[in-house]
Write a protein that binds this ligand. Structure first.
Ligand code: IVH
Length: 696
């Protein structure tokens, strides 16, 4: 294409061109709306989004008879901002690790065998279930009556959607037969494809928002504040996992599903018991072949260890169980044309090249941009503006450019040149030794980085400030109302200024200030995550919070750990899940005076709660540091470590004065000697078994 429609003045468009462009814009804007409102994951920045809407309005002004009933101009923007009550999950709602190919599935099996120390002869039985592409919820029944339903949220805290779940016809209000006093189960709310199509037809006829795919429609339905609106959205549910149970109700997952079925819950009829990796793979291929015939969308297969006692022994790694895995179906693909390649600046200054595409539908979603990852990727794939490319998307992952259709390359095209200067602030762009990413060196003088950091700071899994969205952050920063994160907690001093801004009134400002005040008390893990340190996501933030307990301790320790010879440094890299690379980024954050100032400023305005050690506080190992050495006979090293951590201990790799116990197996070497030197308590395997409660 010689000229992209977006560049053509509206007055020069023919009727056909105008109609075609309105069509494309409607699809594109709808996809952005759903990404923003349903998934809380915008695909474009606000300026870009606004430009699309302005273009739509301009074309409509010229061709009023082409205005579509579902035109973006007729749809109202955001859903109500006020929220649902929060629900803390007694048992966290976890996610799953992924397997993408046969080798991953075999490794999953091998890992289970190693962890449990099984002999070759002992079979591992799993249950395979379709992975439903919907949203997970937790439902609670007391004395057989449905009492509480919640969304997953961040896994620890979700939203109370009880009233909405009562509109899901297949979810029983009262359980059949004799059910336990308290029964909590987890499952997936979804919408069937035919119901989705009918819903969109109704929406379109009524001039309302159409949904990009059944998952978004289900999510939108469940998150309605008015349950009568949810009732008009035909939602369904499958149950597939236990939540809080006061009494054990089965010995295997298979029997657990049976019991749920007897009590009247919908259970996916395609679930099968499978013995070994080959049977799993065969099941996967079978379901994949029938995928198109199923009435609902699935995005893979979940395999779960059948024996619940094994599930318990296997436990969890950070936020996913060791006893289950999601084997994903291959990503959906489509071909389109790259309009141009632009470069985006992220929160930590990383420059990410992005392909701007002719909008194309991939697996039910309109895609207009795809990530090109980094400089090396562009060179490797040799992607150029004007190229025809194959794009793919899998689940919620950002669409990617897979390959170039070389035969379709235009006669004249040029390889992409990576900018030497940051497109946002003009600072020099650096590429560190051994890294693929190029980074803007502008730090906080770079507006893109500053805005992205602030957006991250208030985002859902961080400070979660209701009513302070990306748009406001950007506008407030531009107009000097906020510069650093701490300024958010001083916004009440500027209430007057905000009130006079377009779109604000005294009530909305009052709500915003109240929402901010409410978040001035925050847990340590969320606080750490909110800081946006490179490589410190939610899981790592939790590890740090758990390890250091309080903000004061963490800050002190990070100051001390600047010296790589220090014990504080060793302590940091010894945390399971934090290696030298992550530690390096954390310490780099603390090495910057500017960051320390921001922290200092924040602590004067906020109350950061100490990390509450869950449940295990009464265990004899709570807060203790344990080192394992040598070969244990009755438990693999992995299992021993997992048990210790579940009981609230920290497991370290080396012995120091801070070590409380060294557990010594056969052929132990220097660590046992060092323990003796330092006078640390040494346990043999039976002593260890006694501490963790017989078993082992
Ligand atoms: S089991 C602790 N089973 O997939 C394990 N999850 O990627 C709990 N999902 O958050 C999950 N179908 O929302 C399980 N048959 C199934 C599932 C399923 C869909 C979703 C669920 C979970 C996500 C993880």
């Amino acid at each position: 294409m010689s000229e992209t429609p977006a560049e053509r003045p509206v007055g020069d468009l023919s009727r056909e061109q105008a109609a075609a462009e309105l069509d494309a814009l409607a699809g594109e804007i709808a996809a952005h709306d759903s990404a923003y409102h349903q998934d809380d994951a915008p695909l474009v920045d606000d300026a870009e989004y606004d430009a699309l809407r302005r273009r739509n309005d301009a074309i409509e002004a010229h061709f009023p008879d082409l205005i579509r009933p579902n035109s973006p101009s007729r749809r109202v923007g955001a859903p109500a901002a006020a929220g649902f009550a929060k629900v803390a999950h007694t048992i966290p709602m976890l996610s799953l690790g992924n397997a993408f190919d046969e080798a991953d599935v075999r490794e999953f099996h091998a890992r289970i065998r190693r962890f449990l120390g099984l002999t070759e002869a002992e079979p591992v039985v799993l249950v395979g279930e379709p992975k439903i592409d919907g949203l997970s919820v937790s439902v609670r029944y007391e004395e057989g009556k449905f009492t509480l339903g919640a969304t997953r949220g961040d896994g620890l805290e979700g939203e109370n959607v009880t009233a909405n779940l009562r509109t899901v016809a297949s979810l029983p209000e009262t359980l059949k037969g004799k059910a336990p006093d308290v029964l909590e189960a987890r499952g997936e709310v979804y919408m069937q494809r035919n119901d989705f199509a009918a819903l969109n037809r109704r929406q379109e006829a009524a001039g309302r928002k159409v949904f990009a795919n059944p998952r978004n429609a289900a999510a939108g339905g469940l998150r309605q504040l008015d349950p009568s609106v949810t009732a008009g959205r035909p939602l369904k549910i499958f149950l597939y996992a236990p939540g809080e149970l006061r009494t054990p109700i089965a010995e295997t997952h298979w029997d657990f599903l049976d019991r749920l079925r007897d009590w009247g819950f919908p259970i996916n009829p395609l679930a099968r018991r499978l013995e070994g990796a080959d049977a799993c793979l065969e099941f996967y291929r079978d379901i994949e072949g029938r995928r198109a015939e199923l009435p609902y969308d699935i995005d893979g297969i979940v395999y779960k260890v059948d024996r619940l006692d094994w599930q318990e022994r296997l436990g969890f790694v950070s936020r996913a169980p060791r006893w289950a895995i999601a084997h994903k179906f291959p990503a959906e693909r489509a071909e389109t044309v790259v309009r141009e390649i632009t470069v985006q600046v992220g929160r930590t200054g990383t420059l990410t090249p992005v392909a701007r595409l002719e909008p194309v539908t991939v697996g039910g979603v309109v895609v207009s941009r795809a990530t090109l990852h980094n400089e090396d990727e562009i060179a490797r794939k040799n992607v150029r503006a004007g190229d025809s490319v194959v794009v793919q998307r899998a689940g919620d992952v950002i669409p990617q450019v897979v390959s170039v259709v070389v035969g379709k390359r235009p006669d004249v095209s040029e390889p992409f040149k990576f900018p030497e200067l940051c497109p946002q602030c003009g600072s020099r762009v650096a590429r560190e030794e051994g890294e693929v990413a190029r980074r803007c060196t502008g730090g906080l003088i770079c507006p893109a980085q500053a805005v992205e950091r602030l957006k991250h700071f208030v985002s859902r899994d961080a400070f979660d400030i209701e009513g302070l969205g990306a748009k406001h952050i950007k506008a407030f920063r531009k107009d000097g109302l906020i510069a650093s994160p701490a300024d958010i907690f001083r916004l009440h001093e500027k209430s007057g200024d905000i009130e006079t801004r377009q779109g604000w009134g005294s009530k909305s400002v009052e709500n915003l200030i109240a929402a901010i005040r409410q978040r001035a008390t925050i847990g340590l893990d969320r606080f750490i995550y909110a800081l946006g340190i490179r490589q410190v996501g939610q899981a790592t933030a939790r590890l740090l919070a758990k390890h250091y307990g309080s903000l004061a301790d963490w800050r002190r320790s990070m100051a001390a750990a600047q010296d790589p010879e220090s014990e504080a440094y060793r302590d940091l890299v010894d945390i399971d899940g934090i290696g030298p690379s992550v530690a390096g980024d954390i310490l780099a954050f603390f090495a910057e005076a500017h960051n320390r100032d921001v922290l200092e400023d924040l602590v004067t305005l906020l109350t950061v709660g100490d990390f509450a050690v869950p449940a295990a506080t009464l265990s004899p190992l709570a807060g203790k540091t344990v080192v394992f050495t040598g070969t244990l006979e009755n438990m693999s090293r992995g299992e021993a470590k997992a048990r210790a951590e579940a009981l609230g201990a920290k497991v370290a790799g080396s012995v120091s004065k801070k070590t409380d116990y060294v557990v010594v197996g056969a052929d132990a070497g220097s660590k046992a000697r060092k323990a003796a030197e330092l006078g640390v308590a040494v346990l043999d395997e039976s002593g260890w078994a006694e501490i963790i409660g017989g078993g082992g």
